[in-house]
Structure formats: C-alpha cells, structure tokens
Design a protein around this ligand. Structure first.
Ligand code: SF4
Ligand code: SF4
Length: 207
C-alpha cells in the first residue's frame, strides 16, 4: 500500500512539535558553568603530609598511572638509649591523567587519607605530557576539595578529630609552659641549682 501523500511531513512536524515543548538539556558551557555535585570526580588532590609512601595506591591503580619515588631517612631516637627509626621521604608523587580512568581505587585504598576527589575538571591540555600532574599541582588541587558534609546530630566524633585536638592541646600547653616564667625566678636564680621548674618539670610532663 502506498503511503498517504504528506504523511512523512506530518510525522516530521509532530516530532518537531514534541521536542519544542520539552525542557532543553543543552549546556552552554563554557559560557555557563555546569552545576556539578560537590563529590564529582574531577581531579585528584594530594595531601602529602598524610602520605607515608606506603605505595598502596600505586600498586592498586589498574592503569599504573601513579608514579612515586622516595628515599629512606633515619630519625634519631627521641629518648636516651632509644632506637633510631627509619622513615620514607617522598621525592616524587605524580598522576598521569591521560591514563587515569577515574575509578577512585587509589583514593579508596589509601589508609592515611592522603588522596581526595576534587570536582575541578578544567585542566585540558594541548600537550598530553602536561596531563601528568606532579606533587605541587596535586597539592594545589587539594585546596579545591569540598569540606565533608556535617555529621549527623548526636553522631560520635571521628577519632581523627579527637587525636588532632589532643595534639593541638599538647602543643598549646608546651608553648604556654615555655612562655611562663618560673615562679620566683629572677636574675638571682640564674646561678643556682635547678628548682621545681625548668627541665625537671618538663620530664615530669612526659612521664
Ligand atoms: S582513579 Fe583509578 S586509574 Fe586514576 S589514578 Fe586512581 S586508581 Fe589509577
Ligand atoms: S596509599 Fe596513600 S599513603 Fe600510601 S603512597 Fe598512596 S597516597 Fe601515600
């Protein structure tokens, strides 16, 4: 059966009318910035103070696009007669974003919270080699990482916060002790034996 003359035109017009009434989804990027969810996987930031060079992220990365170099350093004993310790010092940390597939495995496996997602995505390059971001650039991304969502009311405080507060209190107490002159101390005390203050009190604090 031959088609009714003009039916094709009517179908086409029907499609046009249907799509004309739908909400447009075209984004006018880059004139208009997209509204991305705060946890979008844009780029990875490195907080290198937390990195212990354990190499877990580099080992687990399916694309082998994390490059880490380090060396060992000996840390002297903190107490007399104590043992020296050795620790890893980071020399290089780089991620090649031309290979990265944004799976997030490196961030998931990092046991020390050194890697984070940032929603920033505007880092296209004309030279593919520039997509390897070295540690300085990875650190800069860190400052674009959004703050974590607020805890639920009545939720238990994360242990990291408690530990950080304890360390800050300890530091403040040590600084206050340094700035407080010993009671009754004066020029006359300088030549005399150490009293109840000074190094002896510091040792008491450690014990
Ligand atoms: S997101 Fe995935 S592919 Fe990219 S660096 Fe991390 S582990 Fe590798
Ligand atoms: S897993 Fe975390 S701590 Fe270990 S090397 Fe990678 S970033 Fe550093």
């Amino acid at each position: 059966m031959s088609p009714i003359p003009g039916s094709g035109l009517a179908k086409g017009l029907a499609v046009t009318l249907r799509t004309m009434t739908k909400k447009t989804v075209t984004a006018q990027y880059p004139d208009v910035q997209p509204h991305l969810p705060p946890r979008s996987r844009g780029v990875i930031g490195l907080f290198e103070e937390n990195c212990t060079v354990c190499m877990l992220c580099a080992r687990e990365c399916p694309d082998w696009c994390i490059y880490i170099d380090s060396h060992k350093e000996t840390v002297p004993a903190v107490t007399p007669g104590g043992r020296e310790r050795s620790r890893n010092v980071l020399d290089r940390f780089a991620i090649d974003f031309s290979l990265c597939m944004y799976c997030g495995i490196c961030i998931e496996v990092c046991p020390f919270d050194a890697l984070f997602w940032s929603p920033e995505f505007e880092y296209a390059e004309t030279d593919i080699r520039d997509l390897t971001h070295e540690r300085d650039k990875l650190r800069e991304w860190m400052w674009t990482v959004p703050a974590p969502p607020a805890l639920d009311p009545g939720a238990e405080e994360p242990k990291e916060l408690g530990a950080a507060r304890k360390a800050a209190d300890k530091l403040a107490a040590a600084q206050a002790a340094e700035n407080t002159p010993p009671a009754g101390a004066g020029p006359a005390d300088e030549g005399g034996p150490a009293g109840g203050t000074g190094p002896a009190s510091g040792q008491g604090g450690q014990g």
